[in-house]
Write a protein that binds this ligand. Structure first.
Ligand code: 9WN
Length: 431
C-alpha cells in the first residue's frame, strides 16, 4: 500500500484487500463467493492486476492457475472449475462442457470449452510495470510468454472466422458482457429445436430466463461439434465480431510484443498482428455515419444496431486516429452515456429501447468496463475523462460496496457482494 493515500482511501484499500483475501482459494480467486465460486478467465486478468498491488505472489499464482486450464491448441477456457466444490455449486458446471473427453483439454483439470476477452498479456505487462523485483518479474514473463503466444496463435488460427484479422465470439458468454442487448438480434434469429436442450437450472440469485436456454443450447452445439474450428467457421449459428473483445485482443497483442522484447523473443509477429487488428477494427466495425463502433454479425454480415459500452473498447488501441477517439469521447460524455448517468459508464446507450437500468449487462455500470474505458482514455491523453471515470468508480464502491454491478443513475449496488474484480480494480486504481 502506498503512503500517499488519504485516510479514506486507505480504508477503501484495506476493505478491497480483505475481499481478495476472503475469495482466495489457495491457488486462485473465486470470482464471487457463493455465486461464481470457480476461476473465470477475464475476471482473473483483472483480479491479478489488483493482487499485484497487494500480494505479488498471488498475482502470479492467479495467472498460472488459469493457464493450467489452457488446451493443447492454445485455447484459454473461460472457466477453470474448482472440482473440490459440490456439483451444483454453479450451473452450468463441468457436465455441460465434458472437457475431460477432449484430446486437447488438460488432464486433471475441468474447464469450459469457450473463451473470454484475451486481456491476459496486458495484465502480465501491467504486473511487470509495477514489479519491485524486476529480475524475478522478467523470469515470470519468460514463463508466461509461450502460453500467451499459444493463446494468441489459437485466436488467430481458430477464431478469425472471416479471415478479417478480427476474432469472433461464438457465444454471448465469450464477450464477458453476457446479456448485452447487442446480442438480442443474433440470439433472436436462432431456431432452437423445442426439446433439444436442457433448461437452465440456475441458482435463483443468478440471471436466468429464456436467454439462458439459448446459451446452454449454443454451448452444447459447440461441444457436440468437438470444439472444432471448422465447425465454428462454417456452421455455428452465432458468430459476432465485437469491438470490446477485439480491442482487448489488440491491446494484448501490443503487450505481447513488449513482453517478447523483455524476454528476448521476436516481437514482430505480434506487432504485425496488432496492425491488422487495428485496421480491421476501423474497416469493419467503425460506423462513420453514427460515429461509433458496433459489433458485426457474421451470419448476416451486418452491424448490430444497439450501441453499448463495447463501443468505447477501441480506445484501448494506441493508434486509434485522433478524430475517431474524439468522437468516442463526445459520445461518452453525451446524454446517451456519462452525460445523463450520475454513475457512468452505463453498459448500454441510455436512449436505446433495450436499455434497462437494472438488467444484467443491459444498462448498469460495471467496474471492469469502467476500468477499460478509464485506461483507454488515459492512453489517449484525455485526463479529464479518465478522472471522471475514476471518481465515479470510487463513489460507487464507497456508497454501495464491492458489488457486481450498479444502477447508473443512483449508484445502488446489485448482483453479488464481495465481487472480486470490483475489489481488485479499486486496488489497481488506487495504485
Ligand atoms: C458466465 C464471472 C462471470 C463474468 C462474466 C459475467 C458472469 C457467467 C454467468 O460471471 O458470467 O460466464 O454465469 O453469468 O457475465 O462477465 O466473467 O464473474
Amino acid at each position: 500500500m502506498t503512503s500517499r493515500l488519504t485516510g479514506d482511501e486507505t480504508a477503501l484499500w484495506k476493505a478491497a484487500a480483505r475481499v481478495l483475501d476472503a475469495n482466495w482459494t489457495g491457488t486462485a480467486t473465486a470470482a464471487s463467493p457463493g455465486l461464481y465460486p470457480h476461476q473465470w478467465s477475464w475476471d482473473s486478468a483483472f483480479i491479478s492486476m489488483g493482487l499485484a498491488r497487494h500480494r505479488r505472489d498471488r498475482a502470479e499464482a492467479e495467472l498460472l492457475s488459469l493457464f493450467r486450464g489452457q488446451w493443447a491448441d492454445g485455447m484459454l477456457p473461460h472457466i477453470v472449475f474448482d472440482t473440490s466444490l459440490a456439483r451444483h455449486a454453479y450451473f452450468p458446471g463441468p457436465e455441460l462442457w465434458r472437457s475431460e473427453r477432449h484430446r486437447d483439454a488438460p488432464h486433471g483439470v475441468h474447464t469450459s470449452g469457450l473463451t473470454q476477452p484475451p486481456l491476459h498479456a496486458l495484465t502480465a505487462l501491467r504486473l511487470h510495470e509495477c514489479a519491485a523485483d524486476l529480475e524475478s518479474s522478467r523470469a515470470f514473463l519468460a514463463r508466461l510468454h509461450p502460453m500467451l503466444t499459444a493463446q494468441h496463435r489459437y485466436l488467430a488460427r481458430a477464431r478469425d472466422l472471416d479471415s478479417s484479422g478480427l476474432i469472433a465470439i461464438c457465444h454471448p458468454w465469450e464477450s464477458g458482457l453476457d446479456n448485452s442487448p447487442a446480442w438480442d438480434r443474433p440470439l433472436g434469429a436462432l431456431r432452437l429445436p423445442p426439446t433439444a436442450y436442457a433448461p437452465a437450472q440456475r441458482a435463483h440469485t443468478l440471471p436466468t430466463g429464456e436467454d439462458y436456454d439459448r446459451y446452454v443450447w449454443l454451448a452444447a452445439l459447440v461441444r457436440d461439434a468437438g470444439y472444432r474450428p471448422g465447425y465454428l467457421r462454417d456452421a455455428h449459428p452465432f458468430a459476432v465480431e465485437d469491438p470490446l473483445v477485439n480491442a482487448t485482443y489488440l491491446a494484448s497483442a501490443h503487450a505481447l510484443a513488449e513482453i517478447s522484447e523483455i524476454v528476448g523473443a521476436d516481437p514482430v509477429p505480434h506487432r504485425e498482428r496488432a496492425q491488422r487488428i487495428h485496421q480491421a477494427l476501423l474497416d469493419r466495425l467503425w460506423d462513420a455515419e453514427t460515429g461509433c463502433f458496433r459489433a458485426r454479425d457474421l451470419r448476416d454480415d451486418r452491424l448490430l444496431p444497439v450501441v453499448t459500452v463495447g463501443a468505447f473498447g477501441p480506445l484501448l488501441d494506441p493508434e486509434l486516429p485522433a478524430p475517431v477517439a474524439r468522437n468516442l469521447v463526445d459520445l461518452l460524455l453525451s446524454a446517451r452515456f456519462a452525460g445523463a448517468a450520475g454513475y457512468p459508464v452505463p453498459t448500454c446507450d441510455i436512449q436505446a429501447p433495450a436499455f434497462d437500468r437494472g438488467g444484467y449487462w443491459r444498462g448498469p455500470t460495471w467496474i471492469s468496463t469502467n476500468w477499460l474505458v478509464w485506461y483507454g482514455a488515459l492512453g489517449h491523453g484525455f485526463p479529464v475523462v479518465a478522472d471522471l471515470l475514476y471518481g465515479a468508480t470510487m463513489r460507487l464502491v464507497r456508497q454501495s460496496g464491492f458489488r457486481e454491478f450498479f444502477d447508473p443513475f443512483d449508484g445502488t449496488g446489485r448482483g453479488s457482494h464481495d465481487y472480486a474484480w470490483t475489489a481488485a480494480l479499486v486496488l489497481d486504481l488506487l495504485g
